[in-house]
Design a protein around this ligand. Structure first.
Ligand code: ATP
Length: 365
């Protein structure tokens, strides 16, 4: 049985705004789930309904198979880490971490032992006497996490915990959060709009848009088998390239390139291709899926190099084929010259086709 279950959850705010639609998810014990999506898609609202901070308009929320809609935040055995660290400025790190236990009347020896253990996990042992203002942003966030994990609750909820940190701190804290999860084994639901955080931390990702779940799956499933253009474009950096064309005798054409739809393996029946005849189709490929050296079973494509960007371990190449813009990711040794035509190769198996109307992937199996 799932540890947490959200069944047909809806949220309609008092002003009538329908922020979350028919949200369904089962979370297993110990799983790290990430809700990801653009600003305003309903991630925080869903998290706050799980925390008991926001009323559930309809649907069932279950903990261990028992309906928990009516339980208050404390009864749910859930701890939440917010984007703003919400530390008490006049209290030391020790007292901030200990705060919840002190309120619960836990005896002093046990508090001391648990704070020390938590501080050790978080690398805060040397900072226990400091006030929050004498800490860096990353250290403050660790204190906020410490305050949550010391409570030994079943579930941690984190709402954009890294968004107040600079880029370097974010990378460090990201791996620390992964380590904390490994060492505590706690079930975690984490909200972010950053696909890299989602991909690196999650066991499973829930991609949301406009209050609806678009797809739930492991990072690999979302990367290799996106269900629609939105998920395909959201997961991966730089995002997947999309080219829209009208199907003509089983082909689409753009900027002098010819894509024969039959080439993609996976039992693309003649029927499916015939059904697309005369309709709009979106051809997609990831910037990192192409090679610059010829390979077998690949589309041979051409475009003009507009600009290149050396990033260190790789480089981005910006292309234009008669107004159709695409990006390739290459190694630093392969950076082509600008203002000339580049030939590149896309394995048939790395091509994606989406219905131009619905934007849903055209199944190839
Ligand atoms: P962000 O990444 O910006 O925090 P989010 O995905 O977490 O976005 P939510 O905060 O869950 O999004 O908001 C979802 C939608 O609900 C938004 O359109 C927001 O304006 C709306 N909303 C949030 N709180 C309320 C409220 N109290 N009353 C009415 N609408 C609200």
């Amino acid at each position: 049985m799932a540890y947490l279950a959200l069944k047909n959850i809806n949220k309609i705010y008092p002003n009538g705004f329908h922020a979350v639609h028919n949200f369904n998810l089962e979370v297993n014990k110990g799983e790290f789930i990430v809700f990801v999506g653009p600003s305003g898609c309903g991630k925080s609202t869903t998290l706050r309904m799980i925390a008991g901070l926001e009323e559930i308009s309809s649907g069932d929320f279950e903990i261990n198979g028992k309906r928990a809609n009516e339980l208050g935040p404390r009864q749910r055995e859930i701890a939440m880490v917010f984007q703003s660290y919400a530390l008490y400025p006049q209290m030391t790190v020790f007292d901030n971490i200990a705060f919840g236990l002190t309120l619960m009347g836990v005896d002093e020896d046990e508090i001391e032992e648990r704070v020390n253990k938590t501080a050790k996990i978080l690398g805060l042992t040397d900072y226990l006497d400091r006030l929050p203002r004498a800490l860096s942003g990353g250290q403050r966030q660790r204190v906020a996490i410490g305050r949550a994990i010391i409570r030994k609750v079943g579930v941690f909820l984190m709402d954009e915990p890294l968004s107040n940190l600079d880029a370097k701190q974010r990378v460090t804290m990201r791996s620390e959060i992964a380590q904390i999860h490994r060492s505590t084994g706690a079930t975690t639901i984490y909200v972010t709009h950053d696909q890299t955080e989602a991909m690196t931390l999650a066991d499973r990702i829930v991609v949301m848009r406009d209050g609806y779940i678009q797809q739930t799956g492991t990072p690999k499933e979302l990367y290799f088998n996106p269900v629609n253009v939105f998920v395909a474009g959201f997961i991966g950096e730089p995002p997947m390239n999309f080219v829209t064309g009208t199907v003509e005798k089983g082909h689409i054409y753009f900027g002098g390139n010819d894509i024969d739809l039959k080439c993609k393996p996976g039992a693309r029946t003649a029927e499916k291709i015939a059904a697309m005849e005369g309709k709009k189709l979106i051809f997609g490929f990831r910037p990192e899926a192409v090679t610059l050296t010829p390979c077998q079973d690949a589309y041979v494509l051409k475009a003009n190099v507009e600009l290149t960007e050396m990033l260190g371990d790789n480089a981005n190449v910006y292309l234009d084929a008669d107004g159709v813009k695409t990006i390739l990711k290459v190694t630093p040794h392969e950076i082509p010259e600008s203002d000339r035509e580049l030939t590149f190769y896309l394995p048939y198996s790395s091509a994606y086709f989406f219905d131009g109307e619905t934007e849903n992937v055209i199944e190839t199996e």
